[in-house]
Design a binder for this molecule. Structure first.
Ligand SMILES: Nc1ncnc2c1ncn2[C@@H]1O[C@H](COP(=O)(O)OP(=O)(O)OP(=O)(O)O)[C@@H](O)[C@H]1O
Ligand SMILES: [Mg+2]
Length: 264
C-alpha cells in the first residue's frame, strides 16, 4: 500500500521472528456452494504480537475467524492451537481453551447494562453460593471496575447497552473480551465507527493488553490504526492470502495497494 503520506512509526515494530506460534492455520478452504470464500490459506499467529488481517470487503477475513472459532466448519484444512487440532470443536470449547473473539455486528446483550454484559463473560467462581464466595465476589467487582475505567465506561456501568452511543458499544466489546482471561483475541473490526478522538484510547488499550501478554489478531480497514498497531500484516483478497509479513513490506507494496484501493 502506498503509505508515503501516513506517519508510520517504525520504532513500534518489534523483532517478530522468534515468537512461539500459538495458532496455526493450514491449507484452509471454505466453500459456500460455488463461492470459494477461503482458498488454501496457511498462516501462523505468533505469541505476544499483533497480527492484522487486511483486505477488501468480501475477502474472507470474517470467514477465517469463523473457522478458527468453530462457528464454521472448514471445507478442508487444519486449525491447530498449541499443537492440537481445533477442528470439530464447538465454539464454547474453543473459547474455553483461551481463544476469544469479538463480532463485526457486536452481539451485545442489548437490554443488559454495561456491567451485566461484562459479568456474563467472567468465570463464575465468585458467585456467592460457590466456595470462595465473598472474597471472589469482591475480586470480581474490582476487576470489573478496573475494566470499566480503562475502557472509558466508568460512568456507564448501569446504562443498558442499547442506550450507549455506537463508540461506547465498541468499547464495551473490548471490555467484555478483557474480562475473559483469554490468551488470544480475534477482533473483527473493533475500531470501525470510532470517532478519531477515540482512536487514542483504543490504541492505548490494545497496546497495554499486548504488553501484558495478550496475543491479538485484528481485522482492520483503517490504515491509521493498521500502521500504529501491527507487528505483522496478512493480506487477504478473494479468499487467498496474497501476503503475510512485516508491516513495511506489506504497506509499501504497490500491487497490494492497487488491490486494496480497487485499482486492479
Ligand atoms: N454464511 C455464508 N453463506 C454464504 N456466503 C457467505 C457466508 N459468509 C460469508 N459469505 C461470503 O463469503 C465471502 C467472504 O465474506 P467475509 O464476511 O468473510 O468477508 P470479509 O473479508 O469479512 O468482508 P468485510 O470486510 O466486508 O467484513 C463474501 O463473498 C460473503 O458474501
Ligand atoms: Mg468481515
Amino acid at each position: 500500500m502506498n503509505m508515503q503520506n501516513t506517519a508510520y512509526d517504525t520504532t513500534a515494530a518489534q523483532p517478530v521472528t522468534e515468537q512461539e506460534t500459538l495458532l496455526k492455520v493450514r491449507n484452509l478452504q471454505m466453500d459456500f456452494g460455488g463461492l470459494k470464500a477461503i482458498q488454501d490459506v496457511s498462516m501462523d499467529l505468533r505469541a505476544g504480537i499483533v497480527t492484522t488481517l487486511v483486505g477488501p470487503n468480501g475477502a474472507g477475513k470474517t470467514t477465517l475467524f469463523n473457522m478458527i472459532t468453530g462457528h464454521l466448519k472448514p471445507t478442508a484444512g487444519e486449525v491447530e492451537w498449541l499443537g492440537d487440532s481445533l477442528l470439530g470443536k464447538p465454539p464454547w470449547k474453543i473459547a474455553r481453551q483461551g481463544i476469544a473473539r469479538t463480532f463485526q455486528d457486536l452481539r451485545l446483550f442489548t437490554h443488559m447494562t454495561v456491567e451485566e454484559n461484562i459479568l456474563t463473560v467472567m468465570e463464575q467462581g465468585g458467585w456467592l453460593w460457590q466456595s470462595g464466595g465473598m472474597s471472589a465476589k469482591t475480586a470480581r467487582q474490582e476487576r470489573v471496575a478496573s475494566i470499566l475505567e480503562r475502557t472509558g465506561l466508568k460512568d456507564k456501568a448501569r446504562v443498558r447497552a442499547i442506550d450507549l452511543a455506537y463508540a461506547e458499544r465498541k468499547f464495551l466489546c473490548m471490555a467484555r473480551i478483557m474480562a475473559t482471561d483469554s490468551r488470544l483475541w480475534l477482533l473483527d473490526e473493533p475500531a470501525s465507527g470510532l470517532d478519531p478522538n477515540s482512536y487514542g484510547l483504543f490504541l492505548e488499550l490494545l497496546r497495554s493488553e499486548v504488553a501484558n501478554g495478550i496475543t491479538v489478531c485484528i481485522i482492520e480497514h483503517n490504515l491509521d490504526i493498521v500502521v500504529n498497531i501491527s507487528d505483522r500484516i496478512a493480506f487477504l483478497d478473494q479468499g487467498r492470502l496474497l501476503a503475510d509479513g512485516l508491516p513495511d513490506e506489506i504497506l509499501n507494496n504497490p500491487e497490494l495497494a492497487a488491490i486494496y484501493f480497487g485499482e486492479r
